[in-house]
Design a protein around this ligand. Structure first.
Ligand SMILES: CC(C)(COP(=O)(O)OP(=O)(O)OC[C@H]1O[C@@H](n2cnc3c(N)ncnc32)[C@H](O)[C@@H]1OP(=O)(O)O)[C@@H](O)C(=O)NCCC(=O)NCCS
Length: 170
């Protein structure tokens, strides 16, 4: 099993758009995502084109792709980026049959290295839905530190929810 993680190319961003647009309502609920807040495929593609035209230090988001034996099986992203300081991470094994086999933990560990290097971070946060067991267990395994559980709207695609706040610092 050869696991690799690298910055996502613009040509690969369809994986992200299709992951969310093809997700079952109960999966989006578990993620804390409000389906009515998803941009249309076209709007999302345009947004990716704009983001990728910017230098990394000016991008509002940064994506990495997760590869198993050279096949894309998932992705991670950062938003709320303050270049040189901090960012918020997201994590997804897109292929549901590949979950709970250790890929998430291995890919989070590799993604963290890329984020700290590319975004020159001091702190990386992650705030999964408090009731979504998989990311909470995975973050703990990937050596993130638990900070608190609180109510918030974590991002533009999300509804108001309980989230757990985790951090890794360098
Ligand atoms: C979160 C996610 C990326 C983790 O990847 P993964 O490959 O499934 O995780 P791993 O196999 O590395 O498991 C890591 C730990 O989490 C636990 N775990 C994973 N999924 C679990 C589940 N559904 N229920 C309970 N524990 C779970 C594993 O048992 C393991 O802990 P352990 O070794 O102490 O037993 C993946 O499950 C996923 O994409 N889920 C759907 C998307 C999602 O919820 N993303 C979070 C949005 S912030």
């Amino acid at each position: 099993m050869d696991i690799a993680v690298r910055p996502m190319a613009l040509s690969e961003t369809g994986l992200v758009i299709e992951y969310f647009h093809c997700a079952a309502p109960e999966h989006l609920e578990m993620l804390g995502v409000d389906p009515t807040r998803l941009p249309t495929r076209d709007a999302w593609r345009e947004r990716f084109e704009q983001d990728f035209s910017l230098p990394v230090e000016q991008r509002p988001q940064f994506f990495v792709i997760w590869l198993l034996d050279d096949h894309a099986v998932g992705f991670s992203s950062c938003d709320k980026i303050v270049f040189g300081e901090c960012a918020n991470m997201h994590l997804h094994v897109a292929d549901s049959e590949r979950r709970t086999k250790g890929i998430g933990t291995a890919c989070v560990l590799k993604s963290v290295e890329i984020y700290f290097r590319e975004l020159r971070l001091k702190r990386l946060f992650c705030e999964p839905n408090a009731f979504n067991v998989a990311p909470n267990r995975t973050l703990q395994k990937a050596r993130f530190k638990y900070l608190k559980t609180h109510m918030t709207v974590p991002g533009p695609l999300n509804f108001h929810q309980a989230v757990t706040r985790w951090v890794i610092e360098r």
